[in-house]
Design a protein around this ligand. Structure first.
Ligand code: FES
Ligand SMILES: [Fe+2]
Length: 351
């Protein structure tokens, strides 16, 4: 399936963000992840768990059911499942065979995010979750907050493509966080395994409107804009703004430094969840600034959903036009395709 090989959609043996930790509580939280309904909740001892969200009896949604202690009682005919997915009670019969169990998924909380593993649980390696050090999370002098969870009617890779090509900032987000410099500045790229790092120094330009407003500086600035992609769906970005070196009074002064986190999780083949978090120098700053980023997120959602409509309505699609600036996105796609190819090969391997 576009932009991957026919039939391919998303790697399963990988960690995806299922929710912000703060959203997992006593209440049952329903999510679609990789085409499966999932229910998230926190047990009485505080541990967050994830189990399948479809009752195996008549497919009633377990997210719309009742929590009984650490278990879920299906809202239709009352079958009960423990937090490990084991069926513990069938009200209409004595026998409870193990085929009545529902899946339970590895779920690890790291920083602001709860990461889920939907694939083979034997392969769920915690060390594959991006560490705080790798993503610039937990640094002294920064406050980090979840900002927004969005349901997007577009396939997840459209958002990955968006985040892997920040030349769009000067156009889609021209009224807020971008200008011509975002597209014309040279990009430095580094690839290592399933990670792609992109950096752009945008020098001697006016700050885009939102940065000029928040930093209260109108002269020329130098900006460092970067994004690290941790496949399959986690993007950790940074944006630092300095007074330009050519300024007579404050050359090189740091005006603003922020961290942005975009996590993209496939919900179904053509929809996804988009989790945005932000890090900045103080609580007030993060609250005020992240609020002003809402329209920016709406623009990305709009672009993604409009492209999805084009994809779905087109009888046929001409080959995509590729630009020099697509290098990072092409690498990102290739990493995901390789992950899917490897999973397919593993399935085909003799036991
Ligand atoms: S559908 Fe869940 S118990 Fe019948
Ligand atoms: Fe964007």
């Amino acid at each position: 399936m576009y932009p991957f090989k026919e039939g391919d959609f998303a790697p399963r043996n990988a960690w995806y963000v299922a929710a912000f930790c703060k959203d997992i509580g006593e209440r049952l939280l329903s999510r679609w992840i990789l085409g499966e309904p999932v229910v998230l909740y926190r047990k009485k001892d505080g541990t967050a768990v994830a189990v399948g969200g479809r009752c195996p009896h008549r497919y009633y949604p377990l997210g719309e059911s009742t929590r009984l202690g650490d278990s879920i009682q299906c809202g239709y005919h009352g079958i009960t499942f423990g937090p490990d997915g084991r069926c513990t009670r069938v009200p209409s019969q004595e026998k409870v065979p193990s085929v009545y169990n529902i899946p339970s998924y590895p779920l690890i909380e790291r920083g602001l995010w709860a990461f889920i593993w939907m694939g083979d649980p034997e392969l769920a390696d915690e060390s594959l979750i991006p560490s705080g050090e790798q993503i610039g999370y937990g640094l002294d002098g920064y406050v980090y907050k979840p900002v927004r969870t969005m349901e997007v009617d577009g396939r997840y890779q459209l958002l990955n493509d968006n985040l892997l090509d920040l030349t769009h900032l000067g156009f889609l987000h021209r009224s807020s966080i971008g200008n011509d410099g975002n597209a014309s500045a040279p990009e430095e790229r580094e690839v290592s395994g399933c990670k792609v790092r992109s950096r752009r120094w945008i020098r001697e330009t006016e700050a885009p409107p939102l940065f000029a407003d928040t930093s209260n500086f109108r002269g020329k600035v130098d900006r460092l804009a970067g994004m690290d992609f941790h496949a399959p769906g986690f993007h950790a970005g940074l944006h630092d703004t300095y007074v330009s070196k050519s300024d007579r009074e404050r050359p090189g002064e740091l005006l603003q430094s922020s961290k942005v986190y975009h996590a993209v999780t496939p919900a179904t083949r053509t929809t996804c969840q988009y989790f945005f978090a932000y890090g900045g120098p103080s609580d007030e700053y993060v609250d005020a600034y992240s609020k002003s980023l809402w329209p920016v997120l709406d623009e990305d959602k709009f672009a993604t959903e409009e492209i999805e409509k084009i994809l779905q309505k087109s009888e046929s699609l001409p080959p995509e036009l590729m630009l020099k600036s697509d290098g990072t996105a092409v690498i990102g796609r290739r990493i995901l395709q390789d992950m899917m190819d490897q999973e397919r090969e593993k399935v085909g391997e003799p036991a």
